[in-house]
Design a protein around this ligand. Structure first.
Ligand SMILES: [Zn+2]
Length: 64
């Protein structure tokens, strides 16, 4: 089953969501419970990262 990656538009936290059906629009940020998250088309957040915890550092500044 597909795993989609999302990034929170509020705190820029990246997280993965297992998608069982078309429920992907219901994803919420696990860090701040913000509902406005965007789905990433690729592993943008995890490029060059082995731990996957450096996500917020690589978030683009000025992003809104
Ligand atoms: Zn968040």
């Amino acid at each position: 089953m597909p795993i989609y990656e999302y990034q929170c538009e509020k705190c820029h936290h990246c997280f993965e969501v297992l998608v069982f059906s078309s429920d992907d629009e219901t994803a919420t940020c696990p860090e701040c419970s913000h509902r406005r998250v965007k789905r990433l088309l690729s592993s943008t957040c995890f490029i060059g990262s082995s731990g996957g915890s450096g996500c917020s550092k690589s978030a683009p500044k000025g992003f809104s």
